[in-house]
Design a protein around this ligand. Sequence first.
Ligand code: ADE
Ligand code: ZN
Length: 322
Amino acid sequence: DALRTIVQQMPKAELHIHIEGSLEPELIFALAQRNGVSLPYESVAQLRQAYDFADLQSFLDIYYAGASVLREERDFYDMTMAYLRRAHADNVRHAEIFFDPQTHTARGVPMAAVVGGIFRACQDGPISASLIMCFLRHLSEEEAIATLEEALPFRDKIIGVGLDSSERGHPPEKFMRVFRRCKELGFHLVAHAGEEGPPAYIETALDLLEVERIDHGVRCLEDPRLTERLARERIALTVCPLSNVKLRVFPDMAAHNLPALLAAGLRVTINSDDPAYFGGYLNDNFEAAFAALPLTLAHAEALARNSFGAAFLGAAAKRAHL
Ligand code: ADE
Ligand code: ZN
């Protein structure tokens, strides 16, 4: 229908996409063959069948296994270029791309191959794109600090840092020192919080890590005072509808709290998180949310406006997109 067409065609920014989560099963098999990596799956179809998740951790186990086929600079380039082309087809004009260096450096892949390959694709690709380096929160803060040190030679290729992986039991405050150092270095700061973890993690991400956006944040509504604060301070939430259903944060799309987040006056954006694993890219997320939920043209326009408004772009670039 008409709203569906408008939603698909409107220009958007994507602010929450893990590049390793854009690795399609076909590319996983192609890279495994190219690099001589053996996989515990016989076929693309069998791998896809494993994409039935009970929670965040059951997804992460398969996501880290899939990333093990990435060995060379060109692997990171090919993966990133495939995403940028796919995003361009969805009328994404600008993407802020997460990457997880520790998933690769732990396997002996040089930081230069990881950052270099992803960055080179961003330069060659069809849309504007920048990089946000994420620390894995299930690992120690010392390991995050060592990763930051390893990345500093590539400081000019990275606009910000984030925090991802297993949320429960790994609160933001575990990473206070490394985030303080990143702020001093002039990085933009974001963190996953309130996906599976409690609203208190959203508060400590804001107060102790001093992040500028919250990734997910959907559990904020359990705390009315926090919700009011997020609205008042215009903190963006990078919400990922298909991810939330696949990882059973909500039982189905009709139960998603996106309409309530918008009604609370929050600066919500829609994003794909790990599109190869969760059943779709950015327009699929818009389409699934708009099909199942009472959302209007005004909501679509607000979501698109918020995506550019919350992007780490200069004022002139934002105006050019809006
Ligand atoms: N890594 C990739 N996707 C993630 C998510 N949705 N939450 C936490 N860590 C992630
Ligand atoms: Zn995420």
